[in-house]
Ligand binder design. Structure first.
Ligand SMILES: Cc1cc2nc3c(=O)[nH]c(=O)nc-3n(C[C@H](O)[C@H](O)[C@H](O)COP(=O)(O)OP(=O)(O)OC[C@H]3O[C@@H](n4cnc5c(N)ncnc54)[C@H](O)[C@@H]3O)c2cc1C
Length: 412
């Protein structure tokens, strides 16, 4: 008998990346009666090009990953960030003066953030999704189009299948097809910068210290990984980044060493560096008719504070909580009432974070002397203000604002 071309689910998700995969697990595991989840991803499950990013995850994000049973597999290789050093000096300065440091503040009640390797996070999510009986994966396949009526949404896949559900979620990344089909426009711009990422091995231990060095082309971050290894996020002028990536490895390492400094001894590259175009992008609405957007489909922010996925995981936790509350009240989970609650919760918060990061990038990616003086004064003031530092640490840990229950370690 031929396979049915239309299938019914509790929820259909486009995009099985970090945000979509985590949401599928949350809805399959944490709803009062498990929802049947269809997870459609354009990429196949076979490992593709290695993702060189190290992702800084807030303590709040790790609580969500714990609730969906991912954290036990990730924790052994996750490096806690134990201190942060912020420095601001020209590229060729012999001395890198201390401007701002977070030390003991970071570890009261456990580390505020951890570094995980993007490839490992994605494969851990994919393994858990594959093992979850309530999730059906359609990959490689993609949602090209969808239509709604009073009862639900029909998602049309490139393979010819139709998936029906009360709600469709777009977790399909920054060029979201679902957002486009729904006619939701974005506010945003591209930065004239690229984000070069690479894994570096070094002679001496980092002791869990992260370093943020503000250079004229943009911030250069050294983020500690397990072992004598660090992940770098090097914001560089887009044209320079292009020629660095096209040049030979020795020239790349020489430029990298100038920025990396000498305190961790000799360095070498582990694997291939990668370069990402950088942009700020905010969807004008996070919801449409029977549609919710999460992760980069809803917002893309500058990576200087390592917040993009943390904000995306907050969407995941908030949408899960909204859906669970609606199910308990017997409400339609794809109704405008349910979706508006999610949108009110997440849109302002995401726009605020994105705008702060945009402003920081503008303030710090410049060699303008008066601006340098103002920002260095600001950093010095923060360094001497224990209350402000504690607030910033809580912010980095994901503990400020209206935190979803799953990110506070509470049950739904
Ligand atoms: C240089 C750099 C460093 C960063 N560092 C950090 C950090 O330290 N901490 C942090 O929190 N964030 C960081 N980020 C941000 C983070 O990487 C992103 O926020 C995150 O990858 C977004 O995840 P996502 O699941 O929303 O989207 P994606 O990872 O883009 O996943 C989208 C998925 O959708 C699939 N898809 C696309 N179209 C369709 C379709 N039509 N149908 C079905 N499937 C589809 C794709 O195959 C993909 O699997 C960084 C970003 C950059 C560029």
């Amino acid at each position: 008998m031929a396979e049915a071309r239309t299938k019914d689910y509790g929820v259909v998700i486009a995009g099985g990346g970090f945000a979509g995969g985590t949401l599928a697990l949350a809805l399959a595991k944490l709803t009062p009666k498990p929802l049947r989840v269809a997870l459609v991803d354009a990429a196949s499950r076979a490992p593709t090009k290695k993702d060189a990013r190290g992702l800084a995850l807030s303590a709040a994000a790790t609580r969500l990953l714990d609730a969906v049973e991912l954290w036990p597999a990730l924790a052994p290789n996750a490096q806690p960030i134990r201190s942060i050093e912020v420095t601001d000096s020209p590229l060729n300065a012999d001395l890198r003066p201390h401007f701002l440091g977070f030390d003991t503040e970071l570890n009261t009640g456990g580390p505020s953030a951890y570094l995980v390797e993007a490839g490992e996070l994605l494969s851990t999510i994919a393994d858990a999704v594959a093992a979850e009986p309530a999730i059906d994966v359609f990959a490689p396949d993609s949602i090209d189009d969808f239509a709604t009526d009073a009862f639900g949404v029909q998602a049309h896949l490139a393979s010819g299948l139709t998936l029906r559900a009360p709600i469709l979620v777009g977790a399909d990344g920054k060029r979201s097809r679902l957002r486009e089909v729904a006619g939701i426009k974005c506010i945003g711009w591209s930065y004239p910068q690229s984000g070069i990422v690479a894994t570096v091995t070094h002679e001496h231990p980092h002791n869990g210290q992260a370093v943020q060095h503000f250079l004229p082309a943009g911030p250069f971050a050294i983020l500690p990984l397990k072992g004598n290894r660090s992940s770098i996020v090097w914001t560089e002028d887009a044209a320079n980044a292009k020629s660095l990536m096209a040049g030979d490895e020795a020239a790349f390492v020489a430029e990298l060493s100038t920025r990396f400094g000498h305190r961790l001894g000799a360095i070498s590259l582990e694997g291939q560096p990668q370069s990402f175009p950088l942009a700020f992008q905010m969807a004008r609405s996070f919801v449409g008719k029977r549609l919710a957007l999460v992760g980069d489909a809803a917002h893309v922010v500058h990576p200087l504070a390592g917040q993009g996925l943390n904000i995306g995981l907050r969407d995941v936790a908030a949408l899960t909580e909204t859906i669970v509350d609606a199910l308990r009240l017997g409400l339609d989970i794809g109704s405008s009432v349910t979706l508006e609650r999610y949108q009110r919760w997440r849109r302002f918060d995401s726009a605020f974070s994105g705008t702060v990061m945009d402003a920081m990038n503008r303030l710090f990616s410049t060699d303008n002397a008066p601006l340098r003086a103002i920002r260095d004064l600001g950093l010095g003031i923060v360094d001497r203000s224990p209350g402000l530092k504690r607030f910033l640490v809580r912010e980095a840990a994901g503990g400020t604002g209206d935190v979803p229950r799953l990110m506070k370690g509470e049950a739904l």
